[in-house]
Structure formats: structure tokens, C-alpha cells
Write a protein that binds this ligand. Structure first.
Ligand SMILES: Cc1cc2nc3c(=O)[nH]c(=O)nc-3n(C[C@H](O)[C@H](O)[C@H](O)COP(=O)(O)O)c2cc1C
Length: 550
């Protein structure tokens, strides 16, 4: 029922209702099993519960199985750095303790345990407004120079809201995570309802932008909306001038079937990529491993929260919370070193470390643009000709051999091609730069031609009639009439229609564009080939798309 991975934990010597030896705990999931063994059923259910059929709760836990992490060798990883600034405050790790109510159900030390473990480790803790202890008590438990933010709900009782915000400021909290997903009501949570009526009441159902602006006048602290579940709202928060936004489905406790943070971040990449430069983004949901933290960081999150794991760890008191932090820290430094990037700052927003195509295929029906996610079968190339440089991707399924000869300063990698798919790649001389932050390779020359071409040079200025199709040719480059087109299976670009014609093949459609003045993009639907003079916003409607690239 818990759906946790089997990592060999042996509970045969444990006594139900008694805290197991902390030494038995080696990962974050073990903490949940220990908490389930120890807590009263009602308390465990309170932490564990999620909304309705818990589809989102499960999706949060299992999305990671669809991600692949790309690790790079030949990199100096001796200097590990996990330090992360969040809203300008420096912390020792990119993960934090997310706001979760009623820590006192796990330990009499309640939130104080979390404050002190977070303070000693130098990580961020954001207590919930529905905590067991008061705002003042939690604030007073802080260790010297510890920075904490506080979570708040939007109460319909404005006086309560005003009072609590003032208390948070007075108690030394530095920012407010304003939870915006409990719009008047809590999610319906069966597991919890079997024991008690539910969570806190009194949330406002009329929280409009006007109400938000009034709330902003109630505090001088920065406000970060938490519980944003769509790219549209992420963008809205950025445009409204918030310093950060927190993507969260509340651990699956509000809207069941809401998307995971991975999916929302992909949507932001797809629809509003500028947001990553506008504001900080935090994310949570189902994070149990460093690999999950790294996935969200690579997708552009600045910091990543964990809710239940820290609640469960508190059955061991402060020692349990510290153990959870230590487990994640060790996993992070280890995984990052193994992946060839020991500095978390270089990892963040670098999609070359992750392959999210399986998620994209399920979510959008086709992988996103090569610019926004990496492909396990691709090597990202930056080709430099003279002083100009362009980005390309070459598919390594087409690469039959890679040999390298190292020199004292750089490694020269020779990629020879023999394709099993529709695209072939000419032999390229590639110079690898191991110190490159984005793990891209610099190449002095690279070219790609369709499989029917005997060589790239002969194909360059001729109209090409090679077979090109979807999904087989997706993300490859099709060269015709001396022009390169990126195949974008499933992606239609809105607007910009120039003309249309009936064609018998995808290549004929692209060829028509290549020989039509002003054409930069095509969409093929059945035999209808639409030529476009501009590349509008992506629309995912299953067409065979191709757009002119450099
Ligand atoms: C027991 C529990 C209580 C929570 N209470 C709050 C809360 O008071 N305010 C809030 O914004 N989020 C609350 N959350 C949501 C967490 O902040 C966080 O978004 C979620 O737990 C992340 O998912 P995870 O538990 O899978 O890590 C709560 C979550 C849990 C499990």
C-alpha cells in the first residue's frame, strides 16, 4: 500500500508500536516504515493521507522512474559544493523542510526538533501555520543566525491573517510561503477522515488578485506563493512581481490528478521559459532521494522541499531529522560526483543532466524541443565556425564508434557514423572540454545528412528525397537544398501560414518549404502540407513538423 521500493530493510525484529533502532534506517523510505511501525494509526494516517484516489500522491512518487540522469566522466569532482542561496540567504543544501502541520503527532519535541536539526545543518525550515507549537515558540528555538521562513494560509478572517503575519515578523522569520492551493476548502482525504473530521477550516474562497494586493500591504516580508500547480500561474506570479514561486501539489493532498512538479516545470520550459530568469522557483512532491532533488534542480528549481519524510523522521526526535538531512546530503554529494558535476550551482537549470523524454512522450505526445531537455541518445554539440557558433544535436544511436585521443590540454574525440535510423552523421572532429559547465562539446565541424545521401557534402545543395518520418526522425536534422530543418514530431507552430499544398511525403513537404521564399516552418497533416513564414508558439496536435534552423 505504501508503494515504497524494496531496499532490503529487515523489520522482522521490530515490535509494532515501538521505535525501531535508528541504526536500521539507511534511507528516507526507511523513516516512513519506522514511523508507520511506531505511530498510532490516526497519526500515521494524518501524515500519510492524500486526496481522493491519491493518483497525484502516487504520481509524485513514481514520476522519477521515467527520468534518466546523464552522468559525465573526465571531470574534476574533488570540490563538492551544495551551498544554495534562497531569496538571497545562503543555506548548506538545495533541499529544505517543507511546511507540514502538527509535528507534535510524531514527537513531543514537535517543531522545535525540526528547527534545531535544520539550524545545526544550515538548511532551511519553513514551519506550517498549522504547527503544534506557536509561531513565537518555533521562532525562539532558532540557533544563532539561523534563517527560517514561515508558511501562512489565506484565512478569510483578515484580523487573524494580519495578526499572524505580524507575529511571524516579530519572531524573526524572513519570508512568507503563502499557500494558495486551499481555496476555501481542504482536499478530501479518506485515510484521515476515517479517524477525524479533517484539517483546518477558515480558508478564503475569494482570494483574487485584489485580495492579494491587500495582503501584500500587511507585511514587509517577501511573499512566495506556494501550491502553484500550472505553468500559467507560475507566469502570473512572475508577472505580479513575486520574488519566487513554489510549485507544489501539496503532496497530493489537494487536487487529486494534479500534475507533478516535473510536469509543471516542463510546461514552464515549454510555455514561459523566460520565467526561469525572472524569479526563483522552488518545488516539491514525492522527493525521497537526492536523484529526485537533482532532477528538479536540473529542470530549473532553485531549491526542493520535502514534507512527509521530515515529519516521519521526527519520530526519532531531532536525531531523526538530522539523520534525514545527513542521508540526503550524502546521497547528493555522492550522486553529483558520480554524474560529473560536484557544484550544485552548475547543476541547476542544466537540462543536459536529465532526460525527461519519457515524461514528455506521455504528457505531450512527443518530446519537447531539444533546447529544453536532453536526450540520452544525443550529444549536445556547439559548433564553432570562425567566430560564430550554433547549437546542434546529433543522435548517438547513429554513432557506431567513438574514439578519443587525449592531448595534454584537451581531448580530441572522433565520432564516426553509421546509422540504423533515417539520419546519418558525417565524421566529425570534436574537441571535448571537460571543464565545460554545461557538459557540451565543442566541435570544429559537424554535419548531418539523411540516410540516402552518400555523403554530407554531396547532399548539401540538392533537394533531398530521403525518407523522413515521425516519430522515427524526431529531433534529427533534415538537410535539403542546402537548408537544415529540425524535425519536430507532434509540434505545430501556431499562425504564420504562407500557403498549403497536397504532398505525398514528409520530405516533399519540407522540400516545398526549402524552395519557397520566406518559408521557415512546415506542418504536415495527412497529405496537407502547410508552409509557414514564422515560427509561432508550440501547439502539440500530432502533426509532422519541421522548422528551419541555422
Ligand atoms: C502532514 C502534512 C501536513 C502538511 N501541512 C501543510 C501546511 O500546513 N501548509 C502547507 O502549505 N503545506 C502543507 N503540506 C504540504 C507540504 O508543504 C508539501 O507540499 C508536501 O508535503 C510535499 O510532498 P511530500 O510530502 O511528498 O514531500 C503538508 C503535507 C503533509 C504531508
Amino acid at each position: 500500500m505504501e508503494g515504497l521500493p524494496d531496499t532490503g530493510l529487515d523489520t522482522s525484529s521490530w515490535t509494532t508500536g515501538t521505535l525501531p533502532p535508528i541504526a536500521d534506517v539507511v534511507d528516507i523510505n526507511d523513516l516512513q516504515i519506522a514511523a508507520k511501525n511506531t505511530l498510532a494509526a490516526a497519526d500515521y494516517a494524518y501524515y500519510r493521507t492524500a486526496a481522493l484516489d491519491e493518483v497525484t500522491y502516487q504520481a509524485n512518487l513514481f514520476i522519477w522512474e521515467k527520468i534518466r540522469l546523464n552522468g559525465y566522466s573526465f571531470v574534476d569532482v574533488s570540490n563538492s559544493n551544495l551551498k544554495t542561496s534562497i531569496l538571497g540567504y545562503e543555506f548548506n543544501a538545495p533541499f529544505f523542510i517543507a511546511p507540514a502541520a502538527q509535528a507534535g503527532r510524531a514527537s513531543s519535541g514537535a517543531e522545535t526538533n525540526l528547527v534545531q536539526a535544520a539550524g545545526a545543518a544550515g538548511i532551511l525550515y519553513v514551519p506550517s501555520i498549522s504547527s503544534t507549537q506557536s509561531i513565537a515558540t518555533i521562532g525562539a528555538a532558532a540557533v544563532s543566525r539561523q534563517v527560517m521562513f514561515h508558511q501562512e494560509y489565506i484565512w478569510s478572517d483578515q484580523t487573524r491573517l494580519q495578526t499572524e503575519l505580524q507575529e511571524m515578523e516579530a519572531a524573526g522569520f524572513k519570508a512568507i510561503f503563502l499557500t494558495v492551493d486551499n481555496t476555501g476548502v481542504n482536499g478530501i482525504r479518506d485515510r484521515q477522515m476515517r479517524f477525524s473530521a479533517g484539517g483546518d477550516a477558515g480558508h478564503s474562497a475569494t482570494f483574487t488578485i485584489d485580495a492579494l494586493n491587500q495582503l501584500r500591504n500587511m507585511t514587509t516580508l517577501p511573499i512566495v506563493p506556494k501550491g502553484v500547480k500550472t505553468a500559467r500561474d507560475v507566469k502570473l506570479c512572475a508577472d505580479l512581481g513575486f520574488p519566487a514561486v513554489y510549485i507544489s501539489n501539496h503532496g497530493g493532498r489537494v487536487v487529486d490528478m494534479a500534475p507533478t512538479a516535473v510536469e509543471v516545470l516542463l510546461d514552464v520550459h515549454r510555455l514561459y521559459p523566460e520565467v526561469f530568469d525572472q524569479i526563483e522557483i522552488y518545488a516539491d512532491g514525492g522527493v525521497r532521494r537526492a536523484t529526485h532533488v537533482l532532477t528538479l534542480l536540473a529542470l530549473g528549481a532553485r531549491a526542493v522541499g520535502l514534507g512527509r519524510p521530515f515529519m516521519f523522521s521526527n519520530v526519532y526526535g531531532e536525531a531523526g531529522v538530522t539523520k534525514a538531512i545527513d542521508i540526503l546530503t550524502l546521497e547528493l554529494t555522492t550522486t553529483m560526483a558520480l554524474m560529473g558535476q560536484a557544484d550544485v550551482d552548475e547543476f541547476r537549470g542544466n537540462t543536459s543532466f536529465i532526460n525527461t523524454h519519457q515524461v514528455e512522450l506521455e504528457y505531450y505526445g512527443a518530446p519537447l524541443s531539444i533546447d529544453t531537455s536532453s536526450d540520452p541518445t544525443s550529444i549536445k554539440l556547439v559548433s564553432s565556425v570562425g567566430s560564430t557558433s550554433t547549437s546542434r544535436t546529433t543522435t548517438s544511436s547513429s554513432v557506431s564508434s567513438v574514439s578519443s585521443s587525449a592531448t595534454s590540454s584537451s581531448a580530441t574525440v572522433s565520432i564516426s557514423s553509421a546509422s540504423s535510423s533515417s539520419a546519418t552523421h558525417s565524421t566529425s572532429s570534436v574537441s571535448a572540454s571537460p571543464s565545460s559547465a554545461s557538459s557540451t562539446l565543442a566541435t570544429s565541424a559537424t554535419s548531418q545528412t539523411p540516410s540516402s545521401s552518400a555523403s554530407s557534402s554531396t547532399a548539401a545543395a540538392a533537394v533531398n528525397t530521403a525518407t523522413v518520418s515521425c516519430p522515427g526522425s524526431n529531433s534529427t536534422t533534415y538537410t535539403t537544398n542546402g537548408l537544415n530543418f529540425l524535425i519536430e514530431c507532434g509540434i505545430d507552430h501556431s499562425g504564420g501560414d504562407l500557403s498549403s499544398k497536397s504532398v505525398s511525403s514528409f520530405s516533399a513537404c519540407i522540400n516545398a518549404c526549402a524552395t519557397t521564399a520566406g518559408c521557415v516552418d512546415v506542418s504536415l497533416s495527412g497529405s496537407a502540407c502547410y508552409l509557414k513564414q514564422s515560427v509561432g508558439q508550440n501547439v502539440y496536435n500530432g502533426v509532422f513538423g519541421a522548422r528551419l534552423i541555422a
